[in-house]
Structures are given as C-alpha cells and as structure tokens.
Design a protein around this ligand. Structure first.
Ligand SMILES: C[S@@+](CC[C@H](N)C(=O)[O-])C[C@H]1O[C@@H](n2cnc3c(N)ncnc32)[C@H](O)[C@@H]1O
Length: 373
C-alpha cells in the first residue's frame, strides 16, 4: 500500500471494513476475558502502528475504535478489572494527534477510568513494542496485538513469538505481499523479510510463477506465525477499491478466539465493494459476506478433504473452522447439499445428521452406456 505523507489521510473502504471487524471482535474479546468462570484480572490491547487516531474526513482511527469498545463496557473496569492500552507510533506528529483524539474520546466518559492505563511510545514498533509490554506488566496478561503496518515486513517474528508466550494472546497482522515481491531482492529488505518470517523460507518466492507468488507468501507467513506459537492462524484478503493487496492474518492460541474472529468477519457488512477472499481457494473467488454466501469454495475444500479419507461431521466442522474462511454451521449446510447431490454418503444412512456421523465420498458411478438393442 502506498504510504501517505500528510498527517491524516483518506479512510479507504477496506480500512472501514477492517475497523468494523476489529470493533466486532473486541466486543466479544473484552467481556469474555474479563468476566465469566475463567475471568482474568487484567488484559492488554496493543497497537504497534497506531496512526493519528482520526482520518481526513473525521472517521475514527483504530485506537479510538478499540477504546470506545472498552469504554462502553466500563462497568467491568469499575468492578475492579484492569486494561492496559499500549500505543506505538513512529511519527511524533501522528502520536501527538492521537493523544488529543484519545482525550476527546474519553472526555464524555469522565476521562480515563481508574482501571485503564494508556501508554504511548513515539518509536518504531520493532524496537519498542516488547519493552512497552514489559513496562506495563503485560506479559502475564492476555494480549491482543493489532499490528497494522502499511503491509511491509515490519514485524520481526521474535516480537510475535514473545506475544504468543503470554497467556491467551493473539495478533492481528496486516500483511501485504507487494513490497516483498517488488523490493525483496535488495539486501536490506531481504534481511527484514528474513526477520519477519523467522528465516529465509519466503525467498523461494523467486522460483515460482507469478500466479503462485502471493498465495505462497501468505501461506509461508501463516506457517511462520504457527511456528512462533500461535496454534490457530486464519488469513484472508480484503479486496477494496483498486485491488489493494491487503491480507489480515490472525493468530491465536485459543480456539474460542478463532471462532469469535470468524463470527466477527462474517458479520461485517460488505461495504461498497469490500469483500474477502480465501487465499487458499485455488479458484480465488471473492466472497460477498452476504446472507446467502457463495459456498462453492467450501464445497471444493470439503470434497478435497474427503478425498484423503472419511471424516465425521464434527471433523469436517473443525476443518472448516481451522482451515477455511467459513464457519462450522456452513460445513453442515454444505454436507447436506453434497448428500442431496449424491456426491458423498453417510453412515449410518438414516437418522439425524449429528456430529458423530461418518461422511465419505460416494463411489463414482460407471458412465452410463447406451443399450445395444
Ligand atoms: C496503516 S497506518 C495505521 C492506521 C491505524 N492502525 C488505523 O487503522 O487507524 C500505519 C501507521 O504506522 C506508522 N508507522 C509506520 N512505520 C512504523 C514503525 N516501524 N513503527 C511504528 N509506527 C510506524 C505510520 O506513521 C502510520 O501512522
């Protein structure tokens, strides 16, 4: 993505969709972690590329979106729970503006609640993020790290690895492939690519045909985040005006987090031409997240999974959650459809289609031959 020089810039449709996703996800994340049977005393929200907190036409920046979620649920803070908010921005003018925007946003709530600590750093994310987290004692708390750079390889994998070592922690990374494809052969950029991926595996991109480069880089980055300690990694491409190459890669150590991120993603209204694409769908269909979404890519993914052997419906639902952009209930709908078309069969053949039912590919019928007489 081109990097704007002015203090503020235009809020593109894909940015609005990203903020909507963030808001919806944090609305689930914040109360789940701070109340309920396994509630924590403190959580930490950190942004490594915080921005000025406002866009050209007055739309709120991501730190304000997050803060408003926390402030709307301030009863949790008033009940003694604690939240750290750590905001890092390398440009002093943007950080200064962010502080003003945060002050304005907290004023209607009677300023920053006692349980909330906001820490600002005018620094580079790679240099400051971990020390800032240590300074607020965040490494013993669940951390949600939004690492929303312009999409270059700006986040050393060691930073992600350290975040993964904190309990129930998560990252949401903006990942673009264009920079590495254009400039990655320069020595300095190769070094930062190696740092971001935790090694040189990504450099195989040069040996691939153009059509395979993008999905290779995204899937290699997914594997890097897994190796860094995020057991569940979800990635999707947001398609906005002008076909920006903008992937969001979410890593978590917690399956409930993955489920909530999927739910948030499917609830984001398709905003003027912004939709998602599953980077591993070979047909690269983009998804309007509508009431009646196109489940063609999921149908293909489930058939491919079944070509490796039979699976229970529960296994197919897990596969859908962990390996595709779809949600488990959509797996059940697709399996019913495949049963109806005779492409798969189930065992036992009758009764309710519950999670323990075994699903397998139906044997291929021999081609119908013309009767001789
Ligand atoms: C894509 S914008 C972030 C926008 C913000 N997250 C939002 O959604 O409102 C990236 C921001 O990171 C800042 N930035 C760029 N490189 C940085 C770095 N290495 N460390 C910290 N901040 C950086 C830029 O000045 C810019 O404000």
């Amino acid at each position: 993505m081109p990097t704007p020089r002015p203090l503020l810039w235009h809020c593109a449709p894909h940015t609005r969709a990203k903020h909507e996703l963030l808001r919806r996800y944090l609305e689930a994340w914040f109360p789940i972690l701070l109340q309920g049977p396994r509630a924590r005393e403190c959580v930490t929200y950190v942004e490594g590329f915080a921005g000025p907190g406002i866009y050209e036409a007055g739309e709120p920046g991501s730190p304000i979106v997050a803060l408003q979620v926390f402030l709307r649920q301030r009863r949790l803070l008033d009940a003694g729970k604690k939240t750290n908010v750590v905001l890092i921005e390398e440009r002093a003018d943007r950080l200064q503006r962010l502080q003003k925007e945060i002050n304005d946003a907290t004023a209607p709530y009677g300023n920053v609640p006692d349980g909330m600590r906001i820490e600002y750093r005018n620094d580079r994310c790679a240099d400051a993020l971990l020390s800032a987290l240590h300074a607020v004692g965040a490494m013993k708390t669940p951390i949600f790290a939004f690492l929303d750079s312009w999409g270059g390889p700006d986040i050393p994998l060691d930073v992600a690895r350290a975040i993964a070592s904190a309990p129930s922690s998560e990252v949401l990374v903006t990942f673009g492939t264009r920079f590495l494809m254009q400039f990655g052969k320069a020595e300095a950029h190769q070094a930062s690519g190696d740092q971001a991926f935790g090694g040189p595996s990504w450099r195989k991109v040069w040996d691939l045909p153009s059509s395979k480069k993008k999905s290779f880089l995204v899937s290699t980055y997914r594997e890097s985040l897994k190796a860094a300690g995020f057991r569940y990694v979800l990635s999707f491409e947001m398609l906005g005006d002008g076909g920006h190459d903008l992937h969001l890669v979410y890593g978590t150590t917690n399956p409930l987090g993955l489920q909530k991120m999927k739910e948030a993603m499917w609830k984001v209204d398709p905003i003027r031409g912004v939709n998602y694409r599953d980077p591993r769908d070979p047909d690269q269909l983009s998804l309007e997240l509508s009431f009646d979404p196109d489940t063609g890519p999921l149908r293909r993914a489930i058939l491919e999974e079944l070509s490796k052997g039979e699976r229970t419906l529960a296994q197919l639902r897990d596969f859908t959650l962990l390996e595709t952009v779809y949600r488990p209930p959509q797996a059940t709908i697709v399996v019913k459809d495949l049963l109806g078309r005779g492409l798969v069969e189930r065992e036992p053949a009758r009764g309710q289609l519950s999670s323990d039912k075994v699903i397998r590919l139906a044997p291929k019928k021999p081609p119908e031959t013309e009767p001789l007489f």
